[in-house]
Write a protein that binds this ligand. Structure first.
Ligand SMILES: NC(=O)c1ccc[n+]([C@@H]2O[C@H](COP(=O)([O-])OP(=O)(O)OC[C@H]3O[C@@H](n4cnc5c(N)ncnc54)[C@H](O)[C@@H]3O)[C@@H](O)[C@H]2O)c1
Length: 408
């Protein structure tokens, strides 16, 4: 099979490396630096498995049939399947995802690979695939949602939780072929595989992410309640989670949910409701804002108190320890910590950041990066850590975190 994957982000690159284990894959991106890096065997994103697979391929220890090219006809010509794995950012002015990058891929594929099936892997609004099939007069467009976690992107493709392909009678065979390609390249047997309508498959993706956002929001609000009332949040969460219907997972409080997908996908699902009765979907969006407001207010209070007491009334400075949402990640797109930092700055608190993946002295979203850890600790009246790290052990009494499972 000749497969072209458009987009070298988490979704496109992990899929390209996965499929290149057994098939011929061309991956393309509009950013030439990413293409150059991949052709040198270097991953443009941080992901343990992708980095390892590319390194092993460069050393001749692993076979990957993968090449990267910048756009144009050469990227698409001869493809049997074209996969669109490009951004669909939420556009607040239109209350919808901006799917123009997906459309650019579809148009190019229809032009340069007219016989190829086009699989949309990007997350799209409910009803989108049916609408583009009609708009482009093409019966060869399918949708298959991606469920990976950032920084575990290839791992989650090697060991998928499920495979879902949206299709109709005319694309059922192509959908089965695509599912077979995914399963052939995976390292897990017996992957649950569902075929359903395009629109149902789109809904699965948005409802799954909104459920995850709700779960994060639920445990965060439980934690706000415990914090305000001086209760042991961990004890309550452990007790709640022992009910097997709830489970002891995905329950560690944070400053809010963030990352590329949950904030935009919840908003998109809410927009899709458009007049249909609901409360919970809106709450998934609103709860996160309320949580970040609460965290910022509490941090500002602690910061001012510390400035008064330990810094002799000097200007309050809040230190943000890492911008990434997860330990081990260098990705801070839509990080809740950045939103908290923004609120603190509006409240008159100076904010500095310790973030080794950003240049020392640079300014990220209005916050100066201080990567000399000792200096960062010295300057900060209060240190905000969405995820606790033992590097902070010596200044534990000025750390504000809600990471109840890692802080002790
Ligand atoms: N990141 C995740 O965890 C995740 C999980 C599931 C689904 N998704 C969805 O998958 C899509 C992609 O997400 P991502 O995290 O990989 O995005 P990303 O921003 O990391 O990567 C997208 C890549 O596409 C490239 N690109 C843009 N326009 C292009 C074009 N016309 N041709 C070729 N390349 C182009 C960009 O330069 C970028 O490198 C989004 O719709 C997202 O919602 C993401």
């Amino acid at each position: 099979m000749n497969i072209t994957v458009a987009g070298m982000g988490y979704v496109g690159l992990s899929l390209a490396v996965l499929l290149a284990r057994h098939d011929h894959v061309t991956v393309t991106d509009i950013i030439p630096e990413k293409v150059d890096m991949l052709n040198r065997g270097v991953s443009p994103i941080r992901d343990e498995y992708i980095e390892r697979y590319l390194k092993e391929a460069a050393e001749g220890k692993r076979s990957l049939d993968l090449k990267a090219v910048t756009g144009g006809a050469k990227a698409y010509a001869g493809a049997d399947i074209v996969v669109a794995a490009v951004p669909t950012n939420y556009d607040p002015s239109r209350d919808h995802f901006d799917c123009s990058a997906v459309e650019a891929v579809i148009e190019q594929a229809l032009r340069d690979a007219p016989d190829a099936y086009i699989v949309i892997r990007s997350t799209v609004p409910v009803g989108y695939t049916a609408s583009v099939r009609e708009r482009y007069g093409s019966g060869r467009i399918l949708f298959s949602p991606e469920f990976l976690r950032e920084s575990k992107a290839l791992y989650d493709n090697l060991y998928p939780g499920r495979i879902i392909v949206g299709c109709d009678g005319g694309t059922r065979a192509a959908a089965e072929t695509f599912a077979c390609l995914l399963k052939k390249a995976a390292l897990k047997d017996n992957v649950d595989t569902l075929f359903m309508g395009f629109t149902e498959a789109e809904a699965v993706k948005l409802f799954a992410n909104t459920y995850l956002a709700l779960r994060v929001g639920f445990f965060n609000e439980l934690d706000t309640y415990a914090e305000v009332n001086g209760l042991d949040s961990r004890a309550i969460i452990e007790g709640v989670g022992l009910d097997p219907r709830i489970g002891p997972h995905y329950n560690n409080p944070s400053f809010g949910y963030g990352g590329y997908c949950l904030p935009k996908d919840t908003r998109q699902l809410l927009a899709n409701y458009a007049g249909i009765p609901q409360r919970i979907i809106a709450a998934a969006v609103e709860s996160n804002e309320v949580r970040m407001d609460h965290v910022a207010e509490e941090a500002a209070r602690l910061c001012r108190k510390a400035a008064e007491k330990d810094f002799h009334g000097k200007e309050p400075v809040a230190g943000i320890f890492r911008l990434a949402m997860k330990s081990g990640s260098d990705n801070f797109r839509e990080s809740a910590v950045l939103h908290v930092a923004d609120r603190l700055r509006k409240d008159g608190i100076r904010v500095i950041v310790y973030e080794p993946s950003a240049a020392d002295g640079s300014v990220v979203c209005g916050c100066t990066v201080v990567n000399d850890l000792a200096e960062f600790k010295r300057l900060s009246c209060c240190i905000l850590a969405n995820r606790y790290d033992h590097l902070l052990d010596d200044v534990k009494d000025k750390v504000y975190t809600r990471d109840i499972f890692n802080r002790d």
